[in-house]
Design a protein around this ligand. Structure first.
Ligand SMILES: Nc1ncnc2c1ncn2[C@@H]1O[C@H](COP(=O)(O)OP(=O)(O)OP(=O)(O)O)[C@@H](O)[C@H]1O
Ligand code: SF4
Ligand SMILES: [Mg+2]
Length: 328
């Protein structure tokens, strides 16, 4: 499988806003290290998931890749071309091939726009279709996302739809240009549990029918297990473990991954799994601990852990881990 997206040594540091007095006395700027040197690639046609607790840098990574944010350091490649510094018309054209769906469909849809306009608006912005032609295309994509008959939806406003229907509208808008790559940022986390599987299945079907590739973002490992081909676990801006789904769930190696997986309920009570409780707060992304950034919460930490940062290495075929004590 060829690579559609590749990121190398990607970093995003946000400067911390300080008051005038703080700025006067501070010796140097402080930064939120939201993404702190990550390298990975997404293969064409796969669902690659970024998972991890709140604030670990998942959304920032997704926004960097589709160039909604400028990286501090690092490179982003799309179909082999370096898109890190793309600007103007070339960036506008790239936007047709890379789309994003946000967690909250209500916030991402203009409440005053009818569905036909909300979904078809990108066609007008890109000067591709308007009027009757736009409506025809909108009807077609609404049908593809299961809003049928589509004519019943075009004149409604977002508040007249359920959460699941609104997320289908957001999905319809994201596929209107026939994109190749979609960042799906927690697309089901605000939807009623009973509707989640249907929406995920719809995304899986669209992948097959339209030849899509997804970067899927979730904090929910049960969802990750259902949908992903490969998974990267992030902690404080870094990838600590990355592999295909089977290997990650059968043989989680990083202590953080083990703790996250131990919290997923198992349907069969006979096969009880011991829950690994993580103690200690997640450190701030402004003051990342020295050494292994997980050491303040790691049940297996040793002296060395607070001194030296582990590098992510391939421990088994295509299974990467960042821990001093896990080696191939
Ligand atoms: N525009 C910004 N300015 C300053 N800090 C930011 C900005 N965006 C994100 N951050 C910080 O960067 C870190 C990573 O945030 P990000 O939103 O990428 O995390 P996340 O993994 O998506 O979390 P969640 O699961 O809560 O959505 C957090 O500490 C966050 O507060
Ligand atoms: S390097 Fe040390 S602190 Fe970090 S995960 Fe491994 S054992 Fe834990
Ligand atoms: Mg997020």
């Amino acid at each position: 499988m060829s690579e559609i997206v590749k990121v190398e040594h990607l970093k995003k540091y946000f400067p911390v806003q300080k008051s005038f007095l703080e700025q006067l006395f501070a010796r140097k700027m402080s930064y939120v290290k939201a993404v702190d040197d990550i390298t990975f690639s997404v293969k064409r046609g796969e669902i690659f998931t970024l998972a991890g607790e709140s604030g670990c840098g998942k959304t920032t990574t997704g926004r960097l890749i589709i160039r909604l944010l400028e990286p501090t350091v690092g490179e982003i490649y799309f179909n082999g071309a370096d898109i890190t510094k793309l600007k103007g018309e070339k960036l506008r054209l790239l936007r047709r091939k890379m789309q994003i769906i946000f967690q909250d469909p209500y916030a991402s849809l203009n409440p005053r726009m009818k569905i036909v306009d909300a979904v078809g608006h990108p066609l007008e912005i890109h000067d591709l279709a308007k009027g009757k032609e736009k409506k025809e295309i909108v009807l077609e994509v609404l049908e593809k996302v299961g809003l049928t008959p589509p004519e019943q939806f075009t004149n409604l406003h977002p508040h007249q739809l359920s959460g699941g229907q609104r997320q289908r509208v957001a999905l319809a808008r994201s596929i209107i240009f026939n994109p190749e790559f979609i960042v799906a940022d927690e697309p089901v986390s605000m939807i009623d549990v009973s509707l989640r599987t249907a929406l995920i299945d719809l995304m899986l079907n669209l992948r097959k029918d339209l030849g899509l590739t997804y970067l899927f973002i979730t904090h929910d490992l049960a969802v990750a297990k259902y949908i992903s081909d490969r998974i990267a676990i992030m902690y404080l801006g870094k990838i600590v473990e990355m592999s295909n789904k089977e290997s990650l769930f059968l043989n989680p190696m990083h202590p953080y991954t083990q703790a996250l997986l131990s919290a997923i309920p198992i349907p069969n009570p006979e096969r009880k799994r011991k829950r690994i409780e993580l103690t200690g707060e997640v450190p701030s992304a402004i003051n990342i601990p020295q050494g292994c950034r997980f050491h303040s919460r790691c049940p297996y930490k040793r002296d060395e852990c607070s001194k030296k940062e582990p590098r992510i290495t391939e421990v088994e075929k295509e299974h990467f881990v960042a821990c001093h004590f896990i080696k191939s």
